[in-house]
Write a protein that binds this ligand. Structure first.
Ligand code: ZN
Ligand code: ZN
Length: 333
């Protein structure tokens, strides 16, 4: 914990991420309507480029890669296998694709890299003596199963009318607004679950597994203890009590399953064709959580709960000193 964020930035990096990290102008007081509009509809912004991709993928998944709702009234292996197979396929495509590009093919070397070294550590503290293999094991062996189980039970409940179904024709505005709000709802839910996981007992027995990843890569994202997966994906239960459509539930649980790949990519910009730089979301925010632990519990800070609860690490040395002092005080050292 003695490192400052600056040594990370100096580790062969040609362009450190901009600091301080500032919260998006959505939940700010006094309101900043023009800045909020720019954030929501600009590029990069709330929708562009990433959330639009996740939204499009959810729509494709619902219309083309999900069995008919009428076939899901009973638990039959045929349709459960389609849901699980689709989720496993998307996981290998996205987590595997990102790992292949950034670490196997080393497509942009250390350009815009956040890590001090590649997250491919061979060490006996990891299962199979290898960081990537352990991360893949927890992702496929627990993460995708828990994700699919939540999805299967939710679709079954919709199919049987145990959950009331929102109609697009009757409430189109509410339909769209709820769909657009899902990433923010996820962000807020993640903050509280994650904060809970950092309480001493839960941290030692459950969450420590995820934090074996100090230098992070795509497969680190879903590398969690099964109990953490159960808590992490529980946000989809919102659609059991809030009037929703299966499309909302699929978007919610699918983004929860896939977003950690990019969330842990270990780079803050994508370099295309050698010279075009594309910012890939606020990657530095969660990276700092893996370096310094007791800060930045929210996903990407869109709902700035870290700011409101005093755990916002903005990447500056001043912020780092503040966090260290707070930690000393809390631990009486
Ligand atoms: Zn993480
Ligand atoms: Zn954590």
């Amino acid at each position: 914990m003695a490192d400052s964020t600056l040594d990370t930035q100096e580790n062969g990096l040609d362009a450190p991420p901009p600091t301080p990290i500032v919260e998006p102008p959505v939940f700010v007081w006094p309101p900043r309507p023009v800045a909020m509009f720019k954030f929501l509809f600009g590029n990069p912004g709330y929708f562009l480029p990433l959330n639009i991709l996740y939204m499009g993928l959810a729509i494709i998944s619902w219309f083309l890669l999900t069995p008919a709702l009428s076939s899901m009234t009973t638990f039959q292996w045929e349709w459960i296998a389609i849901v699980y197979g689709r989720n496993l396929g998307l996981t290998f495509l996205i987590f595997g694709g990102l790992h292949l590009r950034f670490y196997t093919l080393n497509a942009q070397g250390t350009r815009f890299m956040l890590n001090r070294r590649a997250p491919t550590v061979g060490h006996r503290r990891f299962l199979f003596g290898n960081q990537v293999r352990e991360n893949m094991f927890w992702t496929a062996g627990s993460g995708v199963i828990v994700w699919s189980a939540y999805e299967v039970v939710t679709l079954w409940a919709f199919a049987n009318g145990y959950i009331p179904m929102l109609s697009w024709e009757a409430h189109p505005v509410y339909f769209v607004l709820l769909f657009c709000a899902v990433p923010m709802i996820r962000d807020a839910h993640f903050y509280f679950v994650h904060r809970l996981l950092h309480y001493r007992f839960l941290y030692r027995t459950v969450h420590q597994l995820h934090h074996k990843n100090v230098d992070i890569g795509p497969w680190s994202g879903m590398s969690m203890h099964p109990l953490e997966h159960v808590l992490y994906f529980s946000g989809v239960l919102l659609h059991w009590v809030l009037l929703s459509h299966p499309l909302h539930a699929i978007f919610h649980v699918q983004q929860t399953g896939l977003a950690p790949a990019l969330g842990h990519v270990g780079y803050h910009k994508l370099l295309i064709k050698g010279d075009t730089e594309v910012r890939i979301g606020q990657r530095y925010f969660h990276y700092l959580h893996h370096r310094f632990f007791e800060c930045n519990y929210g996903g990407d800070g869109t709902v700035p709960l870290d700011k409101w609860f005093g755990t916002w690490h903005d990447g500056t040395p001043e912020s780092h000193e503040f966090m260290r002092a707070r930690r000393k005080q809390a631990h009486g050292a």
